[in-house]
Design a protein around this ligand. Structure first.
Ligand SMILES: Cc1ncc(COP(=O)(O)O)c(C=O)c1O
Length: 375
């Protein structure tokens, strides 16, 4: 992974002074600190970070420096990365399917908490000598998110009861976890899951050491900033209503909502054809990979190479990425100033999550330079 370097100025002055021809992710450390402070002060429990959303040095180190102690990791590579940057960090390995070798690496790295969603994977954890906490991951068939991770992972309530009993019998701290799906804007999803977790723990006759309410907290994608404080309040109310005066300690593991605002993506127009067709220097094989699945981010600023804003009346455009694949097209029709031209720039806000981590080098593109903006 290439390093980020620091520029004193703004994206506009960077454009004017450097005229970059490759895509750039501009990092704003203050935005990351602000968002982490919101979680720290508002979430009624331990705030951890899902490294998969953005694994850059600057994100991991800034969060750690700001007081984040615990990282949710999904693979040995993420484990090594966090251990390298923050040797004293606590690790939660919450990818519920792991090879025996991966479990051994987690054990060696001192993983403190594991999630599991089926009996064969639980037996594998026990056989490989995992210690600490095991959280049973629940899946409920429900909507409300832009993309439902539950399709892939999670036990149904009946199986979760059996798993929880086996976890407790094997001598682990027994916890539960779930993921409402990423970019979840139906705040009642957390209530539904929390109520069902309570029910499962009751049926299993197990006292939960902790309840991990996962990630899924929404980011600001289209002009309406989500109310994270309302989600925190909803979670606190649900836990109080169901678990009463003996609630489990709470954990959350946001990815997207923590890092989304701390990067802006700068892309450049490579060419304009008749009928309002544009080609950019990045696309769905690059930092916009998830747009095909969950829709585009609509917070765009258009600039000339001078850094001046272009605010002319908009027209509908078809926008393609730089590769030779016709699939490399931004979803839908994009509203852009009718005067946009070859060499102009588009600055896209809210691009910190699932952008650099999902880039591919297809056709020699997808390399996104990272620049830290120092005001
Ligand atoms: C176990 C787990 N926790 C947390 C996250 C982060 O989710 P989000 O970025 O929607 O907050 C994910 C995303 O895949 C996940 O799989």
């Amino acid at each position: 992974m290439q390093a980020s370097f620091t520029f004193t100025g703004t994206p506009e002055t960077y454009i004017a002074s450097r005229g970059p021809d490759v895509p750039i992710l501009f990092f704003d450390p203050a935005a990351l600190h602000t968002r982490f402070a919101l979680f720290q002060s508002g979430f009624p429990g331990l705030v951890t970070y899902a490294v998969k959303a953005n694994d850059t040095i600057e994100v991991i180190e800034n969060l750690h420096m700001a007081g984040l102690t615990t990282f949710d990791v999904a693979s040995p590579v993420e484990i090594a990365r966090v251990r390298d940057l923050c040797p004293d960090a606590t690790l939660h390995y919450n990818n519920p399917v792991r090879s025996a070798r991966e479990i051994q690496m987690g054990v060696q790295a001192g993983v403190a908490s594991w999630s599991v969603d089926c009996i064969s994977e639980l037996e594998k954890l026990i056989a490989q000598g995992a210690t600490g906490e095991i959280a049973v991951r629940l899946h409920l068939p429900m909507g409300g998110s832009a993309y439902n991770f539950g399709e892939k992972f999670g036990a149904c309530p009946e199986d979760a009861v059996t798993l929880l009993q086996r976890v407790a019998r094997a001598g682990y701290q027994a916890a539960m976890t779930f993921h409402v799906g990423t970019q979840c804007t139906d705040y009642s999803a957390w209530d539904h899951y929390i109520t069902t977790c309570y029910d499962i723990a009751q049926r299993a006759g197990v006292t939960l050491s902790r309840l991990n309410v996962g990630g899924g907290f929404p980011a600001h994608r289209d002009g309406v900033a989500p109310d994270l404080t309302a989600i925190f309040a909803q979670i606190a109310t649900s836990v109080e209503r169901t678990f009463g005066h003996k609630p489990p300690k709470l954990v959350c593991e946001p990815g997207r909502a923590l890092v989304s605002e701390c990067y802006q993506l700068l892309v450049r127009v490579k060419g304009r054809k008749a009928n309002n067709i544009l080609y950019l220097n990045d696309g769905i094989y690059g930092a916009m990979a998830e747009w095909r699945d969950i829709g585009p981010v609509k917070r765009l600023e258009i600039m000339r190479p001078s850094g001046d804003a272009v605010t002319d009346q908009v027209d509908p455009f078809s926008v393609f990425g730089p590769t030779c694949d016709s699939l490399d097209r931004l979803p839908g029709i994009v509203a852009l100033p009718h005067t946009i031209q070859d060499g102009d720039y588009i600055l896209i806000s809210g691009m910190g999550a699932y952008s650099n981590v999902t880039c591919t080098p297809f056709n020699g593109y997808g390399v996104v330079r990272r620049v830290t903006i120092a005001p």
